[in-house]
Unconditional design. Structure first.
Ligand code: IVH
Length: 705
């Protein structure tokens, strides 16, 4: 839409646009200064500032308290700056059983269509925190923590104090991002805790917490005094490959001056991998640092490239975790927590017990069936033993996950212990809690009238991936939710907070505990900056059941603008054309669609959404930047036998090049790739006049020959 010339603007138009400009400029400042990831060109940024100034000059009384004309740059955020990773930092899929390792190898070979043995590296999985180090022309420029995998914290100054991290490299690629794990040895951890005790300062629960706490110090001199170490095991951006295989790349990193794990070996298939797993497991106690499993990676980097990635994990690697750590303790009480979607979750309150170095006093009990000793299908678990308050129970922890109750010792059960009666009434709001057919979970039907659901929704609303408002986390939400003077009960209330605080010149917030002039100003600026919000984040932030981050992205790309999304979802009752359109989105099923449409039909939900959106300027989301490839945008069908690649690989590659892969031929199909033995699909193609090519022609088309 073309801008309205400033001299033709009405006062109302000016007021709205000054708000939008303030938000857009604040967002651009944050992207530039805090995230180090500019979103606007200098020219576009200057144009926004100029337009803002011109409108203010014509309507001086409308100048906002937070006018961008009065600010230079962004507030430098408290804490660390952010660094956007040029290549995302991924996590690993887990394997627990030996059979999972064989399955992994099967999947890899199937994907690649290779029957012969594949070589894998096997190495310890270090229990620390991952770090990405960027070197340009051999000089260490940046160090970033993993963060959410896309954006991490800038800990460069701290990383420079770690002896295992070289400041300069010779003979390295011009651009080299080295990734690995920061950790602390057992001996250094024990000594650190002793020093902390002697100084009357807090001690750390385990070496990993100590490493994380030490790296994330705002004062680098504290990090320098902490004995941190680093193992390199992967890489991000690279101007030239390090080598042709994983093993040789790791050796190259070692020659460049990085510590690499001496227990890294090359294995030829699952039995070799499992043998090395046993060897590493047998040395675990004497290694002198914590490891929590073994990581296997396809050795040939060309195969790694073919295998590629799922959304957050590579297809070419897996972490084989060591068995969980166990301990026994008394179950003192069972509390029921009510979550964002109304789920009643039972939580075990335990007599504190150390499980693998961490003191545990809470554990999840999953759901009512789990407590009763049966699974979702009614089959017995723990031989059908139920769990009662007063029982002697076995607790286990597997890696980072919340501790769980695995077993109960009936011999120690007190005589008075009674079976646990799972509530059918929400303990928070008194609404009925119902369990729908096929759902393992009992849910409070109170929706937004349930204070527990309302507050959990708000926490979700401000969380990472959603509005991600700096200075407004779960803790502050709890405080504001119960605040008699400045209550925040719904997302819309967040955006009226500053105005309510300033009303009658009271400015109460800055005199509160935990708030001062500066933190209040920062909080309001952070809220203000989020008035401009991309559509996918908004959809995710609504906290609608089954609508996670990935689904929100799909919906946003499909509907593009809020207006379009809102009007379509409002009309998408089952059977309507809008419903058909919604459920035709690849990745949107009937359950998700039903939940989304129901939320828009529920009066209280709808009112909360409308009230919120009135405060926002929602940025349209354009469909993924069209991939520049000859097949981008085409709908392709594969049929018959493919000889140079498997179906899975063909599909993944076509999709990576921007094509849509369909299962059957219709008038919408652009291309049929037919191998030998193509049957009815070839006939369908003829009927619809769809072009048919063979596998070689396809490979030539996508430039893969
Ligand atoms: S490879 C693309 N190798 O485990 C995959 N990760 O659960 C890159 N980790 O975020 C990771 N030891 O922090 C790899 N030898 C190792 C590792 C390792 C520890 C951590 C890493 C990663 C997490 C995934």
């Amino acid at each position: 839409m073309a801008d309205i010339p400033v001299d033709q603007m009405t006062e109302a138009q000016a007021r709205v646009e000054l708000g939008t400009l303030a938000a857009a400029i604040a967002q651009a400042n944050r992207a530039y200064h805090t995230l180090d990831a500019p979103e606007l060109s200098d020219a576009a940024y200057d144009a926004l500032k100029r337009r803002n100034a011109a409108i203010e000059a014509r309507f001086p009384t409308l100048k906002r308290g937070d006018s961008p004309s009065d600010r230079i740059g962004a507030q430098v955020g408290e804490g660390f700056g952010k660094i956007a990773h040029s290549v995302p930092m991924l996590s690993l899929e887990n394997a627990f059983e030996d059979s999972d390792v064989a399955d992994f190898d099967d999947r890899v070979r199937k994907y690649l269509g290779q029957e012969t043995t594949i070589s894998y590296t096997a190495e310890p999985k270090i229990d620390g925190l991952s770090l990405s180090l960027r070197y340009e022309n051999g000089v260490l420029l940046q160090a970033a923590t993993r963060g959410d995998g896309e954006v991490g914290e800038n800990v460069t100054e701290n990383a420079r104090t770690i002896a295992d991290i070289p400041q300069r490299l010779s003979d390295a690629p011009d651009v080299l991002e080295v990734r690995g794990e920061v950790y602390m040895s057992h001996a250094d951890f024990a000594a650190l805790n002793e020093r902390q005790l002697a100084k009357g300062e807090k001690t750390f629960a385990n070496p990993r917490n100590a490493a994380a706490g030490s790296l994330r110090q705002l004062d680098a001199s504290i990090t320098a005094a902490r004995p941190l170490r680093f193992f390199a095991y992967a890489w991000g951006a690279l101007s030239n490959p390090l080598a042709l295989t994983q093993a040789d790349s790791i050796s190259r990193l070692n020659r460049l001056g990085f510590q690499t794990n001496p227990l890294t070996v090359l294995c030829s298939g699952p039995s070799d991998m499992l043998a090395h797993y046993r060897l590493i497991e047998s040395q675990r106690a004497t290694l002198g640092y914590d490891i929590d499993g073994v990581v296997y990676k396809v050795n040939d980097l060309a195969l790694q490239a073919r295998l590629g990635f799922r959304s957050t994990t590579p297809r070419w690697a897996i972490a084989h975790k060591f068995p969980a750590e166990l301990a026994w303790t008394w179950l003192e009480a069972i509390d029921i927590q009510v979550g964002r979607t109304g789920a009643l979750s039972p939580v075990a309150r335990l007599a504190p017990v150390t499980v693998g170095g961490v003191v545990v006093s809470n554990a999840t009990l999953h759901n009512e069936d789990y407590i009763a000793g049966r699974d979702a299908k009614g089959n017995p678990i723990r031989d059908g033993k139920d769990i009662r308050i007063g029982d002697w129970v076995q607790v286990y922890r597997a890696g980072d996950v919340i501790p769980k109750i695995a077993d109960v010792d009936l011999e120690k059960r007190p005589d008075a212990a009674q079976p646990f009666e799972f509530p059918h009434i929400c303990p928070e709001c008194g609404s009925e809690a119902v369990r729908e057919d096929g759902d393992a979970v009992r849910r409070c039907v109170g929706g937004l009238i349930c204070p527990a659901q309302a507050v959990e929704r708000l926490k979700h609303f401000v969380a990472r991936g959603a509005f991600d408002i700096e200075g407004l986390g779960a803790k502050q939400i709890e405080l504001f939710f119960n605040d008699p003077d400045l209550p925040v009960k719904t997302p819309a209330d967040i955006f009226t907070l500053a105005a309510r605080d300033a009303a009658n010149g009271l400015r109460r917030l800055k005199n509160r505990d935990g708030f001062g002039e500066k933190s209040t100003t920062n909080l309001f600026a952070a809220i203000e900056a989020k008035r401009l919000i991309p559509l996918d984040r908004l959809i995710f932030a609504l906290g609608i059941r089954h609508v996670g981050e990935a689904a929100a992205g799909l919906l946003a790309r499909h509907y593009s603008t809020w207006e379009n999304f809102e009007s379509n979802i409002t009309r998408a009752v089952e059977g309507s054309p809008e419903w058909a359109d919604l459920t035709a989105i690849d990745g949107v099923g009937a359950v998700l669609a039903g939940s989304l449409v129901a939320a828009f039909q529920t009066e209280a939900e709808r009112a909360a959404i409308d009230a919120l959106v009135a405060h926002l300027s929602v940025q349209p989301v354009v469909a993924r930047a069209p991939v520049d490839s000859p097949v981008a945008g085409l709908t392709v069908v594969f049929t018959g036998t493919l000889e140079k690649m498997t179906r899975a690989e063909a599909k993944a590659r076509a999709e990576a090049l921007g094509a849509k892969v369909a299962g059957s031929v219709s008038a919408k199909t652009n291309l049929l790739v037919a191998g030998p033995g193509a049957g009815s699909k070839a006939k369908d193609a003829e009927k619809h006049g769809v072009k048919v090519i063979d596998e070689d022609a396809w490979l030539t088309l996508i430039g893969a020959t």
